[in-house]
Design a protein around this ligand. Structure first.
Ligand SMILES: Cc1cc2nc3c(=O)[nH]c(=O)nc-3n(C[C@H](O)[C@H](O)[C@H](O)COP(=O)(O)OP(=O)(O)OC[C@H]3O[C@@H](n4cnc5c(N)ncnc54)[C@H](O)[C@@H]3O)c2cc1C
Length: 144
């Protein structure tokens, strides 16, 4: 599975240049409101439009936008490929944070966490560069 984290590279670059903390806002269910930056004047990037899911029926890999809700992930994987991944059950939560730091749910005993299914991500670095991270490329950014 690939997770596209954000398209907003120029905004990230400008914010970083001026020392403004940048935070991605997915579905906003973080208990600590971390997606709002956690303090005044944080620069929040809304991932609203990144909510698509495409299952490649040759490779059986899915490409999922960083704000896709878990209901959308479940339905997309099933409707397009009759498949699923381990993930938590709350349907409104977004895939972005689940795919980067965890995602524990009913299937975790057998299949691990959501992040165990991640094969590649497209990410934005603090200098605004968009890059892919996977086991062969930028391994230091891909914690497996
Ligand atoms: C009712 C409820 C039940 C829950 N149950 C479970 C559970 O069973 N198992 C479990 O593992 N967790 C569970 N959680 C925790 C939940 O997964 C986290 O709160 C999660 O962060 C919510 O995702 P969100 O996209 O709505 O968060 P947001 O608030 O939008 O984001 C959370 C954090 O992730 C970052 N982030 C979001 N998207 C991206 C992205 N695309 N790229 C980079 N960073 C990103 C944000 O910047 C922020 O720091 C539950 C939460 C709730 C509210």
């Amino acid at each position: 599975m690939g997770v596209l984290l954000s398209h907003h590279h120029s905004e990230s670059k400008i914010a970083t240049t001026y020392g403004i903390p940048v935070q991605s806002h997915s579905r906003g269910h973080s208990y600590g409101s971390y997606s709002l930056g956690g303090k005044d004047s944080a620069f929040v990037i809304d991932l609203s439009k990144m909510n698509t899911i495409i299952v490649n029926q040759t490779t059986w890999r899915a490409t999922i936008g960083g704000k896709t809700c878990l209901k959308g992930v479940t339905e997309g994987l099933y409707n397009q490929g009759k498949c699923t991944i381990a993930q938590e059950m709350c349907p409104q939560v977004g895939i972005g944070r689940q795919a980067t730091v965890g995602g524990q749910g009913p299937l975790s005993r057998m299949y691990g966490l959501t992040l165990d299914h991640i094969m590649e991500m497209k990410v934005i670095l603090t200098d605004g560069t968009i890059t892919k991270v996977n086991k062969e490329m930028n391994l230091d950014l891909f914690f497996v």
